[in-house]
Each structure stands twice: as C-alpha cells, then as structure tokens.
Design a protein around this ligand. Structure first.
Ligand SMILES: O=C1O[C@H](COP(=O)(O)O)[C@@H](O)[C@H](O)[C@H]1O
Length: 268
C-alpha cells in the first residue's frame, strides 16, 4: 500500500447526525478510516514532540488495525503502544487483549516490542496486582514517551476505544463504581466485570479525559442501539461510560459503519 492510507469513504447519508460521528459505508472503510487517522495522529505527535503514545483496546478493534501493516511511513521507532484495558489471563491466552493485538498487527509492523510495546504486566496474577504494576509502569514512563497533564495524569496522544452493547468502554462498566473513581489513580482493578472474564484492569475516566484525542470504533447492526443511546441527548443515556467519556473528552470521534449508525439519533 502507498505511504498514505486511503480515506475510509466519504461521510455517508444516514440517520445519524452527531458532531461526534464519522460514518463510512462498511467495515472495511471504517478500518481504513481508523488506520488513516491513527497514522495521522502518530505523525503529528512525532513531528510535534518527537514521540507518540498510543493506547489501544481489545475486542473487534484489533482486526481493524491490520491495515496499519500497509502504512509504510509511520515512524514506529518513535511510537509507544499501551493498553486501555486488559483481561486477567496470560498474554498467550485467547482472551488476552495484548495477545490479540500481537497476532492481528503488532508482530507485523516495525515496532520494537521489547522497548516500545507496554502491555499490562502479569495480568494472570489477578486484577489488584496487575493494576498496581500497570499504574507503576505508566507513571514511570519518561514524559517524552507518555506526557502527564497538569495534575500528573498520564496523557496519551491517542486512545482507541471500543464499546459494548451495555455502553461499557475500556473496562468501565455501567453499574460498577469505576467510572466515578476519585482516587487519582490511572489504573483500576475490576473484579466483577459482567462481560467475561470478570477480572480485568482498566484505565480510569480521568486518563480518558487527559488523552489528547479519542477514537471510538464500532461496526455492525449489533452496535446500533448502543450508538443510538450513547450519542443521544437524553440525560440518562449520557450516564453510560462510553457516552460520558465522549462528552468529557478533549476530542472524541466515533468511527462507525452504516449498520452501526442506523439508529434514530437526535443531535446532542
Ligand atoms: O471486553 C472488551 O470489550 C470491548 C468491546 O469489544 P468489541 O469486541 O465489542 O469491540 C473492548 O473495547 C475492550 O477492550 C475489551 O476488553
């Protein structure tokens, strides 16, 4: 592929009319749009501050990041990759977000895995230990790699987020207290995730707020009702973690296909 990834399709007519949304025709175009925006954000960060920090989610997003293998002008030697959340399983387990990313794209790009890829350490030891280890890992990064906001919160250049049918994002689930955490931590342990596995580690809402830019990604009709709820202007809907993160973000965009954007949507 050429050094510039093609745009993932023009903005499409759909029932969606949110300032937060970019709608492409189908999943492949969403993936291209995602990779094009990731490429652009990384290039911008590297040109402005010589390094770029990227935090990624698990789930369906990994396959959409495959096109990064074809983007030949990303300065991978200056890019550092972290995780928005992790399931407490060994890295080679099929549920591992890190493992899935390695298989889908990390092992195929020119990333220095030993020095520039930063998975949650030893998630198999359980959520408490893994959360503490990841908190230490994030806070010990030099500012050049992972800048901090004025209050010391790690501030990623780009945060890539998926979302579930219940409105969760990272491993911030509705009905659990993590979204309202005020401890000042960057990472929290989750012991009772309604989506298996129950033990997880997640970045906090505070880290999402500190991130320079957030891309939410969702495709398929099964995401449509969540999109509809999260991007509506209904006050109750705004309490869902994905909706709150969107509205509290410095900059957030939802990359959707037509199927995911098909719900009726009122402007926020
Ligand atoms: O469990 C998780 O789910 C969400 C959404 O996954 P998807 O497959 O529906 O896209 C994901 O963003 C998160 O990282 C993951 O741990």
């Amino acid at each position: 592929m050429s050094s510039s990834l093609p745009a993932g399709g023009a903005e499409c007519a759909s029932t969606i009319s949110s300032p937060f949304a970019h709608v492409s025709p189908g999943k492949e175009e969403v993936a291209l749009e995602l990779c094009r925006r990731v490429q652009q954000a990384l290039l911008t960060a590297v040109s402005e501050r010589t390094k770029a920090s990227l935090a990624i989610s698990g789930g369906s997003m990994n396959n959409m990041l495959r096109a990064l293998k074809d983007a030949d002008d990303i300065p991978w030697e200056h890019v550092h990759v972290f995780w928005a959340d992790e399931r407490c399983v060994p890295h080679d387990h099929e549920d591992s977000n890190f493992g899935a990313a390695c298989k889908a794209w990390i092992d195929a790009v020119n990333l220095d895995k030993a020095n520039n890829v930063h998975p949650v350490p030893a998630p198999e030891k359980g959520a408490d230990e893994a959360a503490d280890a990841y908190e230490t890992l994030l806070r010990s990064q030099p500012d050049a790699v992972l800048p901090k906001s004025a209050d010391g919160t790690p501030a990623f250049d780009l945060l890539l987020l998926g979302f579930g049918p219940d409105g969760h994002t990272c491993s911030l689930f509705p009905g659990l207290p993590h979204m309202d955490d005020t401890s000042g931590r960057a990472v929290l342990a989750v012991h009772d995730s309604p989506k298996p596995p129950p033990e997880r580690v997640t970045l906090t809402a505070g880290v999402c707020r500190a991130s320079r830019s957030i891309l939410f990604v969702g495709v398929g009709a099964e995401k449509a009702s969540t999109v509809n709820i999260c991007l509506s202007d209904d006050t109750a809907s705004r309490q869902l973690p994905a909706a709150r993160v969107t509205r509290e973000a410095q900059q957030a965009t939802w990359l959707l296909d037509m199927a995911a954007a098909a719900g009726e949507l009122r402007n926020p």
